[in-house]
Write a protein that binds this ligand. Structure first.
Ligand SMILES: *[C@@H]1O[C@H](CO)[C@@H](O)[C@H](O)[C@H]1NC(C)=O
Ligand SMILES: *[C@@H]1O[C@H](CO)[C@@H](O)[C@H](O)[C@H]1NC(C)=O
Ligand SMILES: *[C@@H]1O[C@H](CO)[C@@H](O)[C@H](O)[C@H]1NC(C)=O
Length: 460
């Protein structure tokens, strides 16, 4: 036994020491899922990722970038034509022109691009578009960043990409031999739920999510000039790490350790996860993030690493204003703008106060409405404690009920728009839990009954 073990380790060591970047082409798909100025981080991190991949010699024709592209020239942006990923950082915008912009950035187009369906793209958008035209020897890398929720990743306008549709597309690509190996980095609240229990382990795909299946991501990098969060711990950690690491030496696992460490922020930890074929952990980053022939180590921004000095206590209503949870971005942004508004007119300050009050009101009402809703749905008791339903983080077992409940809620309560107010989405866990334990009719009746009693439901 001991001898066998020794021999095996020697063999493994030999394999690990020979850095082998396989031939075949590299392809990459980068997606910013958000629009609107306050979601600056989504276009900033993705623009940085695009630039990083280009600088590591992934050819332009092999990278597809999807971004709504409204942030750089938004009227609220004081520095037009400019996107940074850390306050004081270089302007990344001139080098990241999206291949799909504005209303072309949808889950349908994304899935067609990913699966290399050029005809399908044309049908959807009425023009030819770049797709991932990869083959059986190729390596594909995907990075997507935005808000998320249980089992969903959002596209501009809060259009949902469902975990099932993403994984079906991946399985289809495997069947059609559209890659040798594929790596996905998905950054969004609850992004683990895009893969947990769904991504097969035997289709040569490896995925890292920025959070587990039931927690929020964390923002970083408040920019006083731009008055928005310009980065996130996960996004900034992997891109800056890639800019400075030796990609022929660092492995996927080592980068996973880097992002895990970066997301362990005092007070607000998120837990990046790995899914799929974990044997791929030992592969070097160059396999996916650079076209090895042209790769030059040392092409990098001066090391603007995630800034640890900003990790101090500074909060509003329990929300950490240096490192807010991603779904708290609207509130944290409004609070910081107000705190830093001394030089603004009284009128402008009043506007900021009103906005913050409204956001807090929506948050409180969403919480109390959910409590009432749970109470109503449990009115024929089945030995379930209200607190378990309100605080539990179960997986979606009854997705039919959950989807129906969400649609009914949006129709009945446009005032608590879960897209516009991402923090309200935390209450969706109660919907999931209810649907797992109560008959669908009880859940639907409770939504009908309770939403009618809340005036805020109708206030847009
Ligand atoms: C996982 O990936 C490794 C490396 O590419 C491969 O050798 C192995 O067969 C894969 N495992 C499964 C279960 O597909
Ligand atoms: C987070 O960091 C703390 C302090 O450095 C450490 O004790 C803890 O184990 C870390 N947690 C995770 C999940 O890595
Ligand atoms: C990419 O290369 C350009 C030109 O050398 C450089 O200005 C830019 O900072 C690089 N971007 C990154 C993310 O390293």
């Amino acid at each position: 036994m001991a001898l066998h073990h020794g021999v095996l380790s020697l063999v493994l060591l030999a394999v690990v020491l020979v850095v082998r970047v396989e031939s075949g082409k590299n392809w990459a798909l980068v997606v910013a899922g958000a629009k609107d100025y306050q979601n600056y981080f989504s276009q900033a991190c993705s623009c940085h990722a695009y630039d990083t991949l280009r600088n590591n010699s992934i050819p332009k024709e092999n990278i597809v970038y999807m971004s709504y592209d409204d942030v750089a020239n938004d009227p609220e942006n004081p520095v037009k034509g400019n996107i940074v990923n850390v306050a004081g950082g270089p302007n990344l915008y001139p080098r990241c022109k999206p291949d799909y912009r504005r209303k072309e950035v949808t889950p349908e187009v994304f899935l067609k691009v990913l699966t290399g369906d050029k005809e399908g793209v044309k049908e959807l958008i009425g023009r030819d578009g770049k797709v991932i035209a990869s083959g059986p020897d190729d390596h594909v890398f995907v990075y997507m960043i935005d808000h998320g929720g249980p089992g969903v990743f959002y596209f501009p306008g809060f259009v949902e990409l469902h975990n099932k549709d993403l994984n079906n597309a991946l399985k289809q690509m495997h069947r059609e031999k559209k890659y040798k190996e594929m790596v996905l980095y998905v950054e969004a609240c609850e992004s683990g739920s895009m893969f947990e229990g769904i991504l097969p382990e035997d289709i040569n795909i490896y995925a890292i999510s920025s959070t587990n299946s039931h927690e929020s991501g964390i923002m970083c990098c408040w920019d006083k000039l731009r008055k928005v969060y310009v980065g996130s711990y996960f996004g900034n950690a992997w891109t800056y790490n890639t800019d400075t690491a030796n990609l022929l030496k660092e492995t996927l696992y080592q980068q996973y350790e880097v992002v895990k460490k970066a997301c362990n922020v005092s007070g607000s930890v998120s837990h990046p996860q790995q899914y799929g074929n974990l044997s791929m952990n030992s592969e070097v980053l160059a396999q996916y993030l650079s076209k090895a022939e042209g790769y030059q180590s040392g092409v990098c921004l001066n090391t603007l690493e995630v800034d640890n000095t900003l990790r101090s206590e500074f909060s509003f209503a329990g929300i950490d204003l240096n490192n807010p949870a991603t779904d708290m971005v609207p509130i944290a942004t409004a609070a910081r703008r107000l705190i830093e508004s001394r030089d603004l007119s009284d009128e402008k300050q009043e506007e900021l106060k009103a906005e913050l009050r409204h956001l807090m009101l929506v948050k409180e009402k969403a919480e109390s409405l959910t409590k009432d809703l749970v109470k109503a749905a449990l009115s024929s008791p089945r030995g379930l404690a209200e607190t378990d339903i309100l605080t539990g983080k179960e997986q979606v077992f009854n997705s039919e009920c959950y989807m129906a409940a969400r649609s009914l809620f949006s129709a009945r309560c446009p005032g608590i728009n879960m897209g516009k107010y991402p923090f309200a989405r935390r209450n969706l866990h109660a919907f999931i839990n209810l649907c797992n334990h109560q008959p669908q009719t009880d859940v639907m009746n409770a939504i009908m009954q309770v939403t009618g009693k809340y005036g805020i439901c109708q206030v847009l």
